[in-house]
Design a protein around this ligand. Structure first.
Ligand code: TYD
Length: 140
C-alpha cells in the first residue's frame, strides 16, 4: 500500500446541517493530511464531469439541482490507503444502510425522496480520485 489522495465533497445537506467540521475532524482523527480544501459553488459543467457515469440516468437532474443548493466544501486528503479507508468511514450510498459510526450513518438518514442526500462524496478508486481531483482542483 502506498501514499495516495482522494477527493471528498461535503454535499449541500452536510453543509446545511453543520457537518463540515465533523468531516474534517474524522480525517484529522485518522491523521490523514488535508492537501487542499476550498468552498466551491458547483455548476452543471462541473457536475456533469464529476458524475459522467450518471448523466443519462433519470434521477440525474435531481442530483444536479441538489448539488447546487449551496456551495460545497471540496477536500483532497492524502495518506496510505485513504481511498478505501475513507469510503469505509463514509458508508454505503443509502444512509439508511450505513452503520452508526460512519459519516452517512451518523449524519444522514432516509428522507423518502430522490435524489439520495448522503452528506459526502468520496472517490471510489485511484482512477476516479485522479479524475475527480482534476475536476475540482484544476490548479493542483
Ligand atoms: P454512486 O456513485 O452510485 O454512489 P456513492 O456516492 O456512494 O459512490 O452515486 C452517486 C450519487 O448519486 C449518490 O451518492 C447519490 C446519488 N444517487 C441517487 O440520488 N439515486 C440513486 O438511485 C443512486 C444510485 C445515486
Amino acid at each position: 500500500m502506498s501514499e495516495e489522495s482522494t477527493l471528498i465533497l461535503v454535499k449541500p445537506d452536510g453543509v446545511k446541517s453543520g457537518h463540515i467540521g465533523d468531516v474534517i475532524t474524522r480525517l484529522e482523527n485518522r491523521r490523514y493530511t488535508i492537501t487542499a480544501l476550498k468552498v466551491i459553488q458547483a455548476t452543471p459543467e462541473l457536475l456533469q464531469a464529476h458524475y459522467a457515469q450518471l448523466v443519462d440516468k433519470p434521477f440525474y437532474p435531481g442530483i444536479e439541482a441538489f448539488m447546487m443548493e449551496t456551495p460545497m466544501v471540496a477536500i483532497v486528503a492524502t495518506g496510505v490507503d485513504v481511498i478505501n479507508s475513507f469510503r469505509k468511514m463514509v458508508g454505503p450510498t443509502k444512509p439508511e444502510d450505513a452503520m452508526p459510526g460512519t459519516i452517512r450513518g451518523d449524519f444522514g438518514r432516509a428522507w423518502g425522496t430522490q435524489p439520495i442526500k448522503n452528506v459526502v462524496h468520496s472517490s471510489d478508486s485511484p482512477e476516479s480520485a485522479a479524475r475527480e481531483i482534476k475536476i475540482w482542483f484544476p490548479e493542483l
